[in-house]
Design a protein around this ligand. Structure first.
Ligand code: AR6
Length: 289
């Protein structure tokens, strides 16, 4: 089920599918569309000419040609018109229809750009929230590695009151705590961890099962993801991590502690904040990007 937000150029991403934020002609344009057509080559335009265009909110698939990705799903986002023209519904449909094609082909990895958030002017914070919420819902019933590609970190705007609060928390808690990363690297036996928690830990199913059976080394990031999945409060999460051989020390740990203090266990939301601060996200995808 894992979902990660990454900062890169989507044309370089080696998922099976990348998604293009196209226009209704499907014949190329600027932004990510231009970058994808340039990188894929002329053969892509030839195939697109036979598709007969695409309506806003719908999606069509082509081969990836010279891209690392095998396929491209082209979808057409709405142009922002102040929010009064069903833009939200159309943008949701872009993600949903792309994911439906992806699922129908039984594919396992896909990367999205932030559809409509460039030339089409959709407010970036709203576009991020729609992308994450549709992807999160989809992953409840289908296992895949899904990436949201943020090309320019400045586009990652979080309009969330917790953000200012977390900022002051980080300033108050910036004192270095002695580090214990002795890394027993094993999940302590006294926690009854059900394998179905892999979704809540944003972790690949097979990797998660190997971790809880101690067939794989549990790194600190995974230990924190499991602690979130178990909904351990701040006291118990620190005990759990300490039993795994880790203590909370760096900035990403302080962000983790901030959310456990609040009993906040939505790993997708926590990862938005970690991305914003340039810290590693919690969870593990099967595909390494
Ligand atoms: N990799 C990942 N993301 C990118 C890349 C890249 N190489 N290049 C840009 N982005 P936009 P839209 C980001 O304008 O708003 C085209 O002309 C960019 O920073 O590409 O849906 C089409 O033909 C932004 O966050 O798409 C349409 O006419 C996001 O991709 C129109 O633009 C989307 O920006 C579609 O506009």
């Amino acid at each position: 089920m894992p979902f990660k937000i990454i900062n890169t150029d989507i044309t370089k991403v080696n998922t099976e599918v990348i998604v293009n934020a196209a226009n209704r002609s499907l014949l190329g344009g600027g932004g990510v569309d231009g970058a994808i057509h340039n990188a894929a080559g002329y053969e892509l335009l030839k195939e697109c000419k036979n598709l007969g265009g695409c309506k806003t909110g719908e999606a069509k698939i082509t081969k990836g040609y010279n891209l690392p990705a095998e396929y491209i799903i082209h979808t057409v986002g709405p142009v922002w018109q102040g929010g009064f023209s069903d833009e939200e519904d159309y943008l949701k449909k872009c993600y949903e229809n792309s994911l439906n094609i992806f699922k129908s082909l039984k594919l396992k990895s896909i990367a999205f750009p932030l559809i409509s958030a460039g030339i089409y002017g959709y407010p970036k914070d709203k576009a991020i929230n729609i992308a994450v919420s549709v992807i999160k819902k989809f992953l409840e019933s289908y296992d895949a590695d899904i990436f949201l590609v943020i090309f320019d970190r400045n586009d990652f705007i979080l309009n969330n009151p917790l953000f200012n609060d977390l900022d002051s928390y980080l300033i108050k808690n910036s004192v270095k705590i002695p580090v214990n990363n002795s890394g027993v690297c094993k999940i302590p036996g006294n926690y009854n961890i059900n394998y179905s928690l892999y979704k809540k830990a944003n972790t690949d199913k097979k990797f998660f099962i190997d971790i809880i059976n101690n067939k794989e080394i549990c790194d600190k990031n995974t230990a924190k993801a499991i602690s979130i999945a178990l909904e351990l409060d701040v006291y118990n999460s620190e005990n759990f991590l300490s039993e795994c051989g880790f203590s909370l020390s760096d900035r990403s740990d302080i962000i983790f502690r901030y959310f456990t203090e609040k009993n906040f266990y939505d790993i997708f939301e926590i990862n938005k904040f970690l991305f914003k601060y340039g810290e590693p996200l919690l969870g593990t995808t099967a595909l390494k990007i």
